[in-house]
Ligand binder design. Structure first.
Ligand code: CA
Length: 233
């Protein structure tokens, strides 16, 4: 999951970014409200955490701009004051949730998970394909109860594919979700990671099929490898 964090207090933004990255999420940080309004900027994010008190342009105006541009991503507001008026105005302007500072990082993470679940129409923190189960809360992948160990990037890619089992996930969408501004992730690296995962999943009854010109489909397979499994071998 790729998260846009707009927060101008250095200590807070660093703490939040580190905590979210420990969850295996990619975090991009902006400290000025005007930067956050750039057209097309938010399309690449799954969620936004937006502070209300920002230099340049306040968070409420940023949120209004996003919504007026048709941005549908879930937005959690951070508010410095426990003022009913701020919270009501934020929710009315299209925020999905809010937290009053100071807040506990574990609460922020739980709320972001809940927003993501709602946005994806899921009711639990578990994803399933064939006999492969992903526990999003504990960041664990298992096959028939046995742990399947993956690197953080491999896990993130598997998560993206497991969220859309049986449906095509575009290569560009994967790149956007796995990139952050500091560490760019190319389409070539997606191919490398898909190749690695294919090898891992082959014996676990799960195939990653290439749809030429579009992207990949994750699906359960029975017995013989599915079409396209050797595409990039
Ligand atoms: Ca602030």
């Amino acid at each position: 999951m790729r998260i846009l964090l707009v927060e101008d207090e250095p200590a807070l933004s660093l703490g939040v970014a580190r905590a979210l990255e420990r969850e295996g999420w990619q975090v991009d940080l902006l400290v000025d409200g005007r930067q956050a309004c750039a057209p097309g900027l938010i399309e690449q994010f799954d969620l936004a955490v937006l502070d209300l008190g920002l230099p340049g342009l306040d968070g409420m105006s940023v949120l209004r701009q996003w919504r007026s541009q048709g941005a549908r991503l879930p937005v959690l507001l951070l508010t410095a004051r426990d003022e009913l008026r701020d919270r009501v105005a934020g929710l009315n302007a299209g925020a999905d949730d809010y937290l009053v500072k100071p807040f506990d990082l574990s609460e922020l993470i739980a709320r972001l998970r809940a927003l993501k679940r709602r946005a994806q129409g899921r009711v639990s923190e578990t994803l399933q394909v064939g006999e492969l189960t992903m526990d999003l809360e504990h960041r664990e992948l298992s096959h028939r109860g046995e742990p399947v160990r993956l690197s953080p990037r491999e896990f993130a890619l598997t998560e993206i594919l497991m969220q859309r089992v049986g449906r095509v996930v575009g290569k560009e969408a994967i790149v956007a979700r796995l990139s952050s501004w500091e560490a760019d992730f190319s389409e070539n690296s997606v191919e490398v990671y898909v190749h690695r995962l294919r090898k891992r999943f082959c014996s676990l009854g799960v195939a990653i099929r290439t749809v030429r010109g579009f992207g990949y489909v994750l699906e359960a397979c029975e017995g013989a490898p599915a079409d396209g499994i050797a595409d990039e071998a």
